[in-house]
Design a protein around this ligand. Structure first.
Ligand code: NFE
Ligand code: MG
Length: 572
């Protein structure tokens, strides 16, 4: 008998995601991913000054808070031929890296860990045994029996009050939770610590960009004066604060995030062979190595891996028509040329055309249109983007630290390279890239300080600031690697104003629906074949979907009227 399982909204993500799974018994035979609200920031951006676009675009999301600002200023710089000063490049690298570390730690503990960690089971842990375990795993400073006993007492107060608060609504006691109580308590303790840690490390954005979330940028550099003699500028005191934040980031990654990820993963070996996506991976590249935007000099390379073949990285061109395209064949959008074609983002269109059933409805019309997300494709193929894609291009490209981390992790967990393509492979890749990027931050800070000491305080190129210096027509692509994956903003400028603007976003790549060929997106492909242990508690769906770290606000750039969501898990 076939049945449709509906999870709407998926919680512990950003934005509004609906998953429908076609079940045969306890097995998912087809899955459908739907973004359920729309905003249309691409429409909002039309007609505006290209120098202002970043401030609007950045509001696409409150989680990857700076990435749309960066992609937008880079789009304008690409269109207008601006090369930003070295100090601006380094400050941007540090800000982007800080976003990764903050975002990935937050994802692991606050959005994903509870798919593996049973909070209620932590009440049964022996605090002395947890202390012993914690001390065997790392040198994290808070590892005493008293610390874990206190955490357990806080948790007990939550549970006894009948209000689990931030832990409400979990599938506690589900048979697929496999961790011993001690590991559960360790993870819950670090979950709570990570909340306070986030607040501290967000200060890096405030030093360089005035505030967090949504720090400030400027087309041509960073809006940040450097003056060792001024309290109002970047000076030695503020650089010292940045060094302190980087130290806190690196310590938490090394002492909590990485060891916790490995400790938890070790109890779930079967999840290293479940949740494979489409098997194709795309990166745009990130972290320019100096003055130049030459992708060949990026820390994370640009490229495509096809069919899980790590022996070859295919080149990617963001300006060429047939490479990146968005399809709307199963999305609630219309294209002037009809539903079957794909559009390169320079000529992309955002025309809303909802023709689905009137909400609330029981089930999506999956043979017709079923999402506010489009379906991005590279040379016609679905691509997974994000930490796993990046670790794969680093690994396949022979990056020494990536190789050491990946090989060391696999051997420790007794898993083959193919394990990377799974649900837990994705989760492990995120932790490993966080280590690489957090470590790299120290080098960028040292370079910035060396530049300043050598007398270079330039942070802004104003040669193209005045619209009178611009050509009548220009176009450019601003790309980056956002925490969730490859992000591109394509900007077309005519007579000093934005004529077209298209953002093709990581979660759109991963969470998008089927295309004109009927090919599934990565979420849809990854869910296929999952067996659910408990029919109305789809923990397995959450594990795999969360491994991608969804952000649907980014994916559809959006919000709509009404519709206060309540969790629906139902079988229809
Ligand atoms: Ni809103 Fe985002 C990131 C972007 S989306 S979180 O990272 O772009 O996938
Ligand atoms: Mg878009």
């Amino acid at each position: 008998m076939t049945q449709r399982l509906v999870v709407d909204p998926v919680t512990r993500i950003e934005g509004h995601l609906r998953i429908e799974a076609q079940m045969e018994g306890s097995r998912i035979v087809e899955a459908y991913s739907s973004g359920t609200m729309v905003r249309g920031l691409e429409i909002v951006l039309k007609g505006r000054d290209p120098r202002d676009a970043w401030a609007f675009a950045q509001r696409i999301c409150g989680v990857c808070t700076l990435v749309h600002g960066i992609a937008s200023v880079r789009a304008a710089e690409s269109a207008l031929g601006i090369e930003i000063p070295a100090n601006a490049q380094l400050v941007r690298n540090l800000m982007i890296a800080a976003q990764y570390v903050h975002d990935h730690v937050m994802h692991f503990y606050h959005l994903h860990a509870l798919d593996w960690v049973d909070v209620v089971s932590a009440l049964k842990a022996d605090p002395a045994a947890v202390a012993e375990l914690a001390q065997s795993l790392s040198s994290y400073p808070q590892a005493s029996r008293g610390y874990f006993a206190d955490t357990q007492a806080r948790l007990k107060a939550f549970v006894e009050s009948g209000q689990l608060g931030i832990f409400a609504g979990g599938y506690w006691g589900h048979p697929e939770y496999k961790l011993p109580p001690e590991v559960n308590l360790l993870a819950v303790a670090h979950y709570l610590d990570a909340l306070a840690w986030q607040r501290e490390v967000a200060k890096l954005h405030a030093v360089f960009g005035g505030k967090n979330p949504h720090p400030n940028f400027v087309v041509g550099g960073v809006p940040l004066p450097i003056d060792p003699d001024s309290d109002a500028a970047l000076n030695a005191v503020k650089l010292g604060q940045v060094r302190d934040v980087i130290a806190r980031m690196r310590a938490f990654v090394d002492q909590a995030y990485l060891p916790d990820t490995l400790a938890i993963a070790g109890f779930y070996p079967e999840w290293f062979s479940r949740g494979e996506g489409v098997g194709n991976f795309l990166t745009y590249g990130e972290f320019p190595g100096g003055l130049t935007n030459d992708a060949a000099k990026f820390l994370i390379p640009r490229g495509v891996i096809l069919n899980r073949d790590l022996s070859r990285i295919h080149p990617v061109d963001l300006d060429v028509e047939g490479e990146v395209q968005e399809f709307a064949a199963h999305s609630w959008y219309a294209y002037d040329q009809g539903k079957q074609i794909g559009l390169h983002p320079y000529g992309g269109q955002t025309r809303l055309a909802y023709d689905g059933p009137k909400p609330p409805f029981d089930q999506l019309e999956v043979e017709r249109n079923y999402s506010w997300m489009k379906a991005p494709r590279w040379q016609g193929q679905a691509m997974e983007v994000g930490p796993l894609a990046r670790m794969l291009v680093l690994y396949a490209g022979g990056h020494a630290q990536a190789k050491e981390l990946v090989d060391g992790t696999l051997s420790r967990l007794n898993q083959p390279v193919a394990a990377l393509f799974s649900t837990l492979g994705r989760t492990a890749a995120r932790a490993l890239e966080t280590k690489i990027i957090a470590d790299a931050m120290t080098g960028w800070l040292d370079q910035l300080i060396a530049n300043i000491k050598a007398g270079d305080t330039r942070t802004f190129d104003d040669s193209r600031w005045e619209p009178s210096t611009w050509p009548a027509k220009a176009k450019g692509v601003g790309f980056m690697e956002a925490p969730r994956g490859a992000l591109g903003h394509w900007m077309v400028i005519e007579d000093g104003r934005i004529a077209n603007y298209q953002a093709v976003v990581p979660s759109t790549w991963n969470a998008g629906p089927r295309d004109a060929q009927g090919q599934s997106g990565p979420y849809e492909a990854a869910l296929k074949g999952h067996e659910l242990a408990v029919a109305d508690q789809p923990l397995e769906i959450l594990r795999t979907i969360h491994s991608f770290d969804p952000c649907i606000a980014c994916a559809v750039h959006l919000t709509g009227p009404g519709g206060a969501p309540s969790l629906v898990v139902k079988v229809v």
